[in-house]
Write a new protein. Structure first.
Ligand code: ZN
Length: 449
């Protein structure tokens, strides 16, 4: 930097002597990371300069913050309710629960969700939509999280109560309202997208208007796609085409579409999604226990970028560390084992799904997803000096197979420390846990679940 003396370099945050997981998923030792104005301004050995805050990286591994690319903040207080229950989960639990939520309930739910995400190393999420999404936006700003937030939009479907539905025009109007109020809030951490709950609950008119409005505002769309066979059957019966082709027909299939699940895909569907640069996301625990095994290896072969999502906390947790383990073991067991291919889904592909794949899916791949100079500083620090992690012959593989949410020590989002030594600096943990328990009880009573 000509004209600037080395001693004059001053950063917001400087992390010294840390291991770094680089963009090729190799580990670099004894590196420093300098952060200034929300971005990574330098990476190297023995970086000169000072900082407002200096962290020791001893015993830590820095890696990109995880992206939960399919989440439901509204279902945080539904935790474990649908477990070991018979169908229909949607009509018995989800619909009464979400339709009875007040704005205050949603605020508590979103705050508990933010707390769980930060403590587990998730730095960004994409919410597919629930009620009172303005509360999720508010909590995202306060908590320091990064969020891509959609309103759940539905205008048809026999088992959906009227309170959860509205006309196509009204759906667009309400999302535009949310966009005007919150898009870009929190120094750009909040993005508002359009929601397409799924093709069975969105009319052709709503799909077409959504595609037009999203293109008009240069924003994205978040849809559940090819989650289960009923959805494919519905589209074949009503439109004589499969869901992905139907989204193409209605103008929704493009690089600003994020599709969650992607389980029951035909070869043609995979090609269609790939040709249209759709951001795809798997939710492994949700998928493997409900819908089946996705064709992940084929999707990767076809050049699709894949992210990971928790699908909310209702049936599991928000830990992407647990999701990735289930995905690796499930896909190797299902696709690899019958053909004796132990590397059908290799470690770098899995680490990519947790980071860059998710960042791509939320249309922020140029700014997020890897630790590189110039990118936004969303970085987590894993405490690797522990007996279940070290020593190891292959730290990236150990990250996937042995690291858990509780191993994340510090978290930086948009250049700001939001968790230090596992203490979340932006949320009163004790208060949130107390309020969440009370809200879960009250809301469940009102919803009759
Ligand atoms: Zn979902």
């Amino acid at each position: 930097m000509p004209g600037i003396q080395r001693k004059d370099l001053h950063y917001d945050l400087l992390v010294k002597n840390v291991r770094i997981l680089d963009p090729e998923f190799q580990v670099l030792n004894d590196m420093d990371i300098a952060i200034q104005n929300g971005r990574i301004s330098a990476i190297g050995k023995n970086l000169p300069g000072s900082a407002d805050e200096v962290l020791s990286g001893k015993g830590l591994l820095a890696m990109p913050g995880l992206v939960d690319a399919h989440h439901h903040n509204a279902q945080q207080l539904l935790r474990a309710k649908p477990i070991d229950e018979y169908p229909m989960i949607w009509t018995r639990f989800l619909v009464p629960f979400e339709s009875n939520m007040t704005a205050e309930d949603m605020e508590v739910s979103s705050r508990l969700s933010a707390l769980e995400m930060i403590k587990g190393g998730t730095t960004a999420f994409a919410d597919a939509g629930g009620p009172h999404m303005d509360m999720t936006a508010l909590v995202t700003v306060e908590s320091g999280m990064r969020g891509v937030i959609a309103r759940s939009t539905m205008d048809m479907g026999g088992n959906i109560p009227d309170a959860m539905k509205c006309s196509a025009e009204e759906n667009i109007r309400r999302t535009r309202e949310l966009y005007d109020a919150w898009n870009g809030a929190g120094d750009g951490r909040v993005r508002i997208w359009f929601g397409i709950r799924q093709v069975m609950t969105c009319s052709e008119k709503l799909l077409r208007l959504t595609a037009e409005a999203a293109s008009d505002l240069h924003t994205g769309m978040h849809a559940h796609l090819c989650e289960h066979k009923d959805e494919v059957s519905f589209c074949l019966t009503n439109y004589r085409m499969r869901p992905a082709a139907w989204l193409k027909e209605t103008g929704c299939l493009g690089s600003n579409l994020l599709t969650a699940h992607n389980v029951v895909l035909s070869e043609e569907d995979i090609t269609l999604l790939s040709d249209n640069h759709v951001g795809t996301v798997h939710c492994p625990r949700s998928n493997l226990t409900n819908h089946g095994f996705p064709k992940t290896p084929r999707m990767l072969e076809q050049g699709l970028s894949i992210g990971l999502g928790s699908d909310g906390a209702a049936t599991s947790s928000l830990s992407l560390w647990d999701e990735v383990k289930v995905l690796r073991n499930g896909i190797i067991g299902y696709w690899g084992l019958p053909i004796f291919d132990p590397v059908v889904l290799p470690i770098p592909s899995l680490l990519r799904m947790m980071s860059q794949g998710g960042a791509d899916a939320i249309m922020q791949g140029d700014d997020l997803g890897s630790i590189e100079v110039g990118k936004l500083a969303d970085i987590i620090f894993i405490d690797v000096d522990q007996p279940h992690i070290m020593p190891t012959h292959n730290l990236p593989a150990t990250l996937v197979e042995a690291v858990h949410a509780g191993d994340v020590k510090h978290s930086v989002i948009n250049g700001k420390l939001v968790m230090k030594d596992r203490h979340v600096l932006t949320i009163d943990e004790e208060k949130v846990l107390y309020e969440a328990e009370k809200t879960m009880r009250d809301l469940s009573r009102r919803a009759g679940i």
